[in-house]
Design a protein around this ligand. Structure first.
Ligand code: BDR
Ligand code: CA
Length: 312
């Protein structure tokens, strides 16, 4: 199985992504690290542990990480509710928080992977702070990374927190830039692709009809998360951003992609936090990212729903 570390800020869509990864025998989830994002850092760590309890995977360690960005104001998510996971839907955590700060765990895992010549895949589903701090402390950690697959950015789709910026990048733009420059291969699932992962009422109804506690809880979470704003995405329903990252690891053929140089706008102003993609090689900057652009949405939902139903 592919060894992965999932860095996240649950967050409803993070929770669904964790459930998808833990239901997938192709992946070996070595650790879950958490970061402040949708909700404060103590909540994201607690929420991750509750998601693992729901999955019956209290054996996977959860390490809490950075509680705010490297620089700039603290931002919170808008769509996952005050607690981040729609209230009291999830069971109590089974296992205590694991010892070790997320940055130290990323450092230990990636340096061991570099020494052993068996690089690890890092998935980031929230602001990039933990990975960026680890890389700033020891840039050679990039040699222990097979690839970084991240829900981050917005290109032609436009931003969801400013006209040009997506939340995970805007919440810590400097961290995003550090990761993009680290030298390891980066795959971005930006809003351009995640807006296509729309949990429409018909899709959620088909899912809810499947048996099992995980299905029922996940359906509740997705319904809670659903902004039900038909003007926003063309159809009603909420986009399942973060599960796109895990789906890409499982079935990359569900996605269309383009290679580009991607950098983050760090000058304060109305484009602060924008991901800038040089898709037509107008500069001599190297192509440092693969940017996902198209999604086979029916294939994505077949994969997601069937894996979540497999918990039953
Ligand atoms: C991203 O922001 C968060 O609110 C979601 O969990 C997702 O990771 C979408 O912009
Ligand atoms: Ca997230």
């Amino acid at each position: 199985a592919l060894p992965i570390i999932i860095d996240c800020d649950p967050g409803v869509d993070d929770a669904i992504a964790l459930l998808l990864a833990l239901a997938s025998p192709e992946l070996e989830v070595r650790a879950v690290t958490t970061v402040a994002g949708n909700v404060p850092g103590d909540r994201t760590a607690e929420n991750a542990r509750r998601v693992l309890a729901l999955a019956g995977r209290g054996d996977v360690p959860v390490h809490a990480g950075c509680v705010g960005p490297i620089l700039g104001p603290v931002m919170r998510g808008k769509y996952s509710g005050a607690g981040g996971l729609g209230g009291t839907l999830l069971p109590e955590a089974e296992a205590p928080l694991a010892a070790g700060h997320a940055v130290d765990v990323l450092t230990a895992e990636l340096s061991a992977a570099a020494r052993a010549g068996t690089p690890v895949t890092v998935c980031t589903l929230g602001p990039f702070t933990n990975l960026a701090v680890a890389l700033a402390r020891d840039p050679s950690l990039a040699q222990g990374i097979k690839q970084i697959v991240s829900m981050a950015g917005a290109f032609v789709a436009g931003g969801n927190r400013t006209p040009t910026a997506e939340f995970n990048v805007l919440a810590d733009p400097h961290a995003a830039e550090i990761v993009l420059r680290c030298g390891a291969p980066v795959v971005l699932a930006p809003l351009d692709v995640t807006f296509q992962a729309l949990a429409t009422p018909a899709r959620v109804a088909a899912f809810r009809a499947m048996p099992g506690r995980v299905v029922q809880t996940a359906a509740e979470l997705i319904t809670f998360y659903d902004r039900n704003d038909p003007d926003r995405y063309g159809e009603p329903g909420g986009p399942l951003h973060d599960p796109c990252v895990v789906a890409y690891l499982l079935k990359p053929e569900l996605f269309g992609a383009r290679a580009a140089n991607v950098s983050v706008e760090l000058t304060e102003g109305k484009c602060y936090g924008q991901t800038v993609g040089d898709f037509f090689n107008t500069t001599d900057r190297p192509r440092n990212a693969t940017v996902l652009s198209r999604l086979d949405a029916p294939g994505f939902f077949d994969l997601l729903w069937s894996r979540l139903a497999s918990y039953a």
